[in-house]
Design a protein around this ligand. Structure first.
Ligand code: F3S
Length: 640
């Protein structure tokens, strides 16, 4: 059968499953990446599995998010990540080296390989033909243990590119245009696969801008074929040996086709506060711009910044604006320096920031109150910039540079500078020596933890009988925010489960933690749709730390139920919903677990001798995970 490129890569990595869209497939993962904000928990989970060395072909730990000094926590995180990397065979990228996705593209991504990363913009590496997906920290830890990654077999959309970019239109405008067509939900459950004669006109960094923002479409991944452009980029990076040509078969089938004529595109902008609120820049003509920020994993390549330098050459930015520049990597920065391009930007009034995420997550460079910020980034959600009422517009580097020059949005028809077509530089200096490659044998390496990094306590296995007090009774539609509140002060404790656990249910019942601790182990009684909202793992992990073994409800939200299973908490439902009213906080339930099997009901009795029937919809595999005490124990058992 003729296969599209996505199907080819999945078929080459298939461990289990039938490749029909909507079915679950388990695939082998070749590479993983983490960044520091999610990496500490991923590596704590990895440590809990207990293996001596990662089993992937390559795993890289990047530090790019929290690079600024904010007390002891960030440097402690960096030190922990560095020591874990050395011990377990992971490449470590120190703070300041660059942004994970830009660095991965330049140094490690390989056409045809599978990559998962604990960052939602991991699909950036699709620009080089790698099937790359964002994943949770636990999935990354399991992939490092050699476990397959399970996904729903995606649909595949064919995005046919015709013609070539002209005038001031750039790769960013291609993906903004697609966001305008599909919206932020339009790619859910699908891979965007790029095709057509326009593909050959785009360099790998331009392709990576497009695949990066596939995440904003909600897509599972985005991918370009691997062709002569890919070879040229890999050769420039000193990695031509990693090149393999890859393309879909002639006549391969797709679930949907969208045609984009590149030559018809004009500069676009996504308005606050959604990446799909796309309008032509011409419509914003005259709007003052207080700040311009150029960089992020979307638009921080050499060619991006080269076009900025061309526009700012021998000019000065408008006095009412501020221009921030965060190169994507030290390689990009060195190329800008050696070609005199950095000087052009600095002389025009630009400010050089670290090679890191920086303003993308409000790390330096937040806009002023109510200020308009034109950014080359990928997200403009309210408050993300660090300023709650900041008005963030997502634009290309070319549009951003004209905003800086004019201090306002102007109609591209009035732009007079010449910007050459983005090109790769003649040579690129290697920065591979800046990575810490792990020693052959990490046995002697000591893991360095600060006080905020606490190993996960071992999870005990499920006994045959549980006798549990109801430690809290809550109503319908409890969200993961009710269970594990967010907020900067609490999320700073993400690598310290004992500390973050002290906040469980604090906004529902401030005595919950004390009561749960006194009980030693317990049961949460919930209503309908328990655990709706965000997918945060801590909403299962922290209650488990407090001794919660069972959550008994009328019904569950799907993702939270999966997290409960992963951390060894048994999700049960009342066969008779009226029993919910008869139970109260403090009641003790004795649950016989000998009969726990797919489709079977369980019996529980109260201390007064009342019998309750409990149901579940667990598979045999999920029951095995819970019996082992959670997925980490389960994998550890399997690996032995
Ligand atoms: Fe960093 Fe922003 Fe990308 S936080 S990884 S630059 S989306």
């Amino acid at each position: 059968m003729n296969q599209n490129l996505t199907q080819k890569i999945i078929a080459a990595h298939l461990v289990e499953g039938d490749m029909q869209p909507g079915n679950e497939v388990a695939i082998k993962i070749d590479q993983t990446l983490t960044q520091d904000a999610t990496g500490t928990m991923a590596y704590l989970q990895w440590e809990a599995i207990g293996l001596p060395r990662v089993k992937t072909e390559l795993s890289v730990s990047y530090v790019d998010h929290n690079t600024l000094q904010m007390g002891f926590r960030n440097p402690d995180d960096h030190r922990y990540l560095r020591s874990v990397a050395a011990k377990y065979g992971i490449v470590f990228s120190p703070p300041g080296t660059g942004i994970c996705h830009q660095l991965h593209l330049e140094n490690f991504a390989i056409p045809g390989k599978t990559l998962i990363g604990s960052d939602s913009h991991t699909p950036t590496a699709g620009g080089i033909g790698s099937l790359s997906m964002g994943a949770g920290g636990l999935s990354v830890a399991l992939a490092m243990a050699g476990e397959p990654y399970t996904i729903t077999m995606p649909k595949v959309f064919k995005i046919r590119l015709e013609g070539q970019l002209t005038g001031f239109a750039s790769a960013k405008d291609v993906i903004l245009h697609l966001l305008g067509i599909l919206s932020v939900k339009g790619g859910v459950g699908a891979v965007m696969e790029y095709h057509g004669p326009g593909v050959a006109t785009l360099s790998v960094p331009e392709r990576a801008t497009i695949t990066n923002m596939g995440a904003e479409l909600g897509a599972t991944a985005s991918i370009f074929p691997s062709d002569e452009q890919t070879r040229a980029f890999l050769a420039l990076m000193g990695r031509e040996k990693d090149f393999t040509p890859l393309a879909a078969d002639e006549g391969a089938a797709y679930d949907r086709e969208i045609v984009i004529d590149l030559s018809s595109l004009a500069p676009l902008a996504a308005q606050p506060h959604m990446p799909d609120r796309v309008v032509p820049v011409a419509e914003l003509d005259g709007m003052n711009v207080d700040q311009v920020a150029i960089g992020s994993c979307t638009n921080s390549s050499y060619s991006d910044l080269q076009s900025v330098a061309q526009i700012l050459k021998h000019e000065h930015i408008a006095p009412n604006t501020d221009l921030l520049l965060s190169p994507g990597s030290k390689q990009v920065l060195k190329m800008l320096m050696s070609e005199g391009l950095l000087d052009l930007i600095l002389d025009a009034g630009g400010r050089l920031m670290e090679c890191s995420c920086g303003p993308c997550i409000g790390m330096g460079g937040s806009p002023s109150s109510g200020g308009v910020s034109a950014r080359t980034f990928n997200r403009n959600f309210e408050g993300r910039s660090g300023t709650q009422d900041g008005q963030v517009y997502l634009v290309s580097p070319i549009t951003a540079a004209f905003c800086a020059l004019n201090g306002k949005f102007t109609d591209p028809a009035t732009w007079t500078k010449t910007v050459s077509k983005p090109s790769l530089p003649a040579t690129a200096p290697s920065i591979r020596h800046l990575f810490a490659f792990p020693p052959e044998d990490g046995g002697e390496v000591e893991i360095l933890r600060g006080p905020n990094i606490v190993p996960l306590s071992p999870f005990d296995r499920l006994p045959d009988v549980l006798e549990l007090p109801v430690v809290i009774k809550v109503g319908d539609n409890i969200t993961t925010d009710h269970i594990m509140p967010a907020g900067a002060a609490i999320t700073a404790l993400r690598s310290n489960i004992p500390a973050i656990s002290r906040h469980v249910f604090e906004r529902v019942d401030k005595d919950f933690v004390t009561r749960a601790e006194a009980a030693g182990q317990g049961l949460i009684l919930g209503g309908d749709n328990y655990g709706q909202g965000s997918s945060r793992e801590h909403a299962a992990l922290a209650p488990r730390h407090l001794g919660v073994r069972v959550v008994l409800t009328k019904s569950f939200a799907r993702i939270h139920k999966a997290n409960l299973i992963n951390f060894g908490i048994l999700p049960l439902m009342l066969a008779n919903e009226a029993d919910y009213d008869s139970l109260a906080q403090g009641d003790v339930l004795r649950i016989e677990l000998g009969a726990l099997a797919p489709g079977a009901t369980l019996l529980a009795s109260t201390s007064e001798g009342r019998q309750l029937t409990l149901t579940h919809d667990l598979t045999g595999n999920e029951i095995a995970i819970i019996k082992a005490g959670g997925l980490l124990n389960y994998v550890n058992d399997r690996q032995k």
